[in-house]
Ligand binder design. Structure first.
Ligand SMILES: C[S@@+](CC[C@H](N)C(=O)[O-])C[C@H]1O[C@@H](n2cnc3c(N)ncnc32)[C@H](O)[C@@H]1O
Length: 447
């Protein structure tokens, strides 16, 4: 008997009995669809039977996309190479469709106050993001292979990090719609050379920085390599001269798309992101909450991205002024990695992130002068506009389990002219830049 969803169970019909009318009609319709594209019934029927078994007689999968799974299975059975080419073509189509979707989504976002990263993601409790997507199954040389179309949240579109790997089941082939990826549920990462620049969390009142008129970080002459991780397999590059990806990495990207059968497994057993468990904890040193990993982390491990609302500097400044004296902790981050290279930016144009109301665990990362154990690396994803990028945190050295993760906000503690003071630094580093606070602490200790 046919189930409401078209599923037919052997037990319902009896093995020797003819399939019920509804399935017979569906069977014939599938054969007709194949005949329309020049496939003989003798070829199509046995493959269809196999496919039905694979899909547990769920016709929905077989009829989807005008019998795409069936056509593919036939192609694979008759000529695996041809089947791969066909799949590669579909892959490109899928990628285009997905990119369109992503663009539409971006356009529909609130232009004045957006989340940096995943839409609607809230801090602390937010689980690691899993890309949304669809799964379809097909037979490859008689083996069931699941194909996943992932639409990944933008905050997961990141950079190459040798350990960044997916938690994808072993029979899953990933068709990536975005090229540069990191974190859970993702198969492939990109190797992008980047130099650390100095994006900073702004202490309340680093209005001087916000105006970008001066500030120590602006004077630093970094060679600012950029990772431009665009959708659809475009990566890149150095700031002044966009370069191309080349060599083994490019070859493997092409191969993943064109020869998916060579890359059936993406399950990674060593990826630290798979095991990494972040913990927000109350620091003993009056810094408020902090962040740590319960696991040992290798050097260079991706930790997380800084997520917050995207504001202009004017908006951030207004918020800061309103909060002054009330907020104990503040959560802004200037997207200033490129400031100073194009003359003076207007405050209405310069961007920053504010994790006060929306954010992720990164908002709990405390500051440590100079010898912090993580660094923020700017990553451009949606747009090559250097004023808007994501900030990805990576470990600078091996981190012991439960060691606090710290990041050098780059605060100028000597900026005493500003009406709103930075916090008193309690980082404990021997390189602490908050000299005034150290002196005060020492004289208090003497008394
Ligand atoms: C991005 S938040 C970090 C999380 C914060 N500790 C909390 O409890 O939410 C930045 C704020 O943490 C505090 N903070 C961070 N690093 C500090 C440090 N080295 N010394 C003292 N306070 C610190 C300051 O109040 C600062 O405004």
């Amino acid at each position: 008997m046919a189930k409401p969803n078209g599923k037919e169970k052997k037990g319902d019909t009896g093995l020797s009995m003819a399939p019920p009318k509804i399935c017979e009609a569906r069977f014939e319709a599938a054969i007709r669809a194949m005949a329309d594209i020049g496939i003989l019934k003798e070829t199509a029927a046995p493959v269809l039977n196999n496919l039905l078994k694979l899909f547990d007689y769920n016709w929905v999968h077989i009829e989807a996309d005008n019998y795409l799974a069936l056509a593919d299975a036939i192609f694979y059975d008759s000529d695996p190479k041809e089947g791969q080419k066909r799949q590669a073509n579909e892959t490109n189509l899928d990628a285009d469709q997905c990119n369109k979707k992503l663009k539409t989504k971006q356009r529909s976002q609130n232009p004045t106050s957006k989340m940096h990263g995943n839409d609607n993601r809230e801090f602390v409790e937010a689980p690691p993001q899993q890309g949304r997507g669809t799964l379809s199954a097909r037979t490859v040389n008689g083996k069931k292979v699941t194909r996943a179309h992932l639409e990944l949240p933008s905050s997961q579109l990141l950079i190459k990090e040798p350990h960044a790997c997916p938690s994808i089941a072993e029979d899953t082939t990933i068709v990536q719609n975005n090229s540069a990826v990191l974190c859970h549920g993702d198969p492939q990462t990109l190797e992008v050379p980047m130099a650390t620049t100095c994006p900073q969390v702004v202490a309340p009142g680093t209005r001087k920085d916000a105006r970008r008129t001066s500030g120590s970080h602006h004077d630093q002459k970094h060679e600012r390599n950029r990772a431009v991780a665009c959708s659809n397999q475009e990566i890149v590059s150095s700031k002044d001269s966009p370069s191309n990806i080349e060599g083994a990495f490019l070859d493997s990207c092409i191969s993943m798309i064109r020869e998916p059968l060579k890359h059936p497994h993406f399950y990674c057993k060593i990826c630290p992101n798979e095991r990494m468990k972040m913990e927000v904890f109350l620091t003993p040193g009056k810094k408020g909450w902090g962040l740590r990993s319960t696991e040992k982390l290798p050097r260079g491990a991706f930790v997380c991205e800084y997520v917050g609302e995207i504001l202009t500097n004017i908006e951030l400044y207004d918020r800061t002024i309103q909060k002054t004296g009330k907020a104990k902790h503040t959560y802004p981050l200037l997207l200033d990695a490129d400031w100073g290279t194009e003359g003076v930016l207007k405050d209405e144009e310069a961007l920053c992130l504010d994790a006060t109301f929306y954010g992720n665990v990164a908002r709990f990362i405390n500051h440590r002068c100079f010898d912090a154990n993580i660094i923020g690396i700017p990553v451009e994803i949606e747009t090559p506009d250097h004023h808007y990028y994501h900030l990805a945190f990576f470990t600078t050295r091996i981190i012991k389990p439960f060691e606090e993760l710290t990041w050098d906000y780059g605060i100028d503690f000597d900026d005493v002219d500003h009406p709103v003071k930075a916090f008193k630094c309690r980082c404990g580093s021997e390189f602490c830049r908050d000299k005034a606070h150290i002196l005060r602490s020492k004289s208090r200790a003497r008394v």
